[in-house]
Design a protein around this ligand. Structure first.
Ligand code: FE
Length: 209
């Protein structure tokens, strides 16, 4: 069984970009439902199977219902870590890689926010690393880069309307601009980038318990 992990900060601490009401609904209702549905669909898995293994297996077997719920459980768990109330700017190896791949943080912000705001319908925007190279992608619905061999996500932003509609209505671009400037957790991205390069472990979903 998988648990709903607690937010790593207070519900109201991301306001005004994401209000306490948004975070309570998003975490306590949306994320909780994905976790509960995943748990209800776990028959056939050994009790110690990680969520990452469940997602990969469901993807391989074409079990869309399990994949969608398990991947959404994982994506949200990771997304909470991708935000911080007072993040510091990135530095070190990740900042160097951003310069080498995109020219700089301003260019990366422009690419990320454009792709994310233009993504049609529900999904996720990602910065990922593969073999030291960085990329910006979007995925539809529950899809997640962790099913791709050799890819480590560094940062994601939820662009489903439930993520921002209470606070930003239909202004997804405005949400993304404020999210990037005020909430994106570069400490997490740096740790993920180090893990992608063999230094430490990438974030994984807690449990099972
Ligand atoms: Fe969401």
């Amino acid at each position: 069984m998988f648990q709903l992990p607690e937010l790593p900060y207070a519900y109201g601490s991301l306001a005004p970009i994401l209000s306490e009401a948004t975070m309570r609904t998003h975490h306590d209702k949306h994320h909780a439902k994905y976790v509960a549905t995943t748990n209800a669909l776990l028959q056939g898995f050994e009790p110690d199977a990680t969520l990452e293994r469940v997602i990969r297996s469901a993807s391989d077997e074409g079990d869309h219902k399990l994949f969608n719920n398990a991947a959404q459980a994982w994506n949200h768990g990771f997304f909470w870590q991708c935000m911080a109330p007072s993040p510091r700017p990135t530095s070190g190896a990740l900042a160097q890689a951003v310069r080498a791949n995109f020219g700089g943080m301003a260019e990366l912000k422009a690419i990320f926010t454009k792709k994310a705001s233009e993504h049609f319908g529900s999904g996720w925007a990602w910065i990922s690393a593969r073999a030291g190279a960085l990329s910006v992608t979007t995925t539809h619905d529950a899809n997640t880069p962790i099913v791709e061999d050799g890819v480590t996500p560094l940062l994601t932003c939820d662009v489903w309307e439930h993520a921002y509609y209470l606070d930003h209505k239909n202004d997804r671009a405005g949400f993304l601009d404020a999210w990037w400037d005020n909430l994106a957790n570069w400490s997490l991205a740096e740790a993920q980038f180090a893990a992608a390069n063999g230094d430490g472990a990438a974030w994984r979903y807690p449990g099972p318990t």
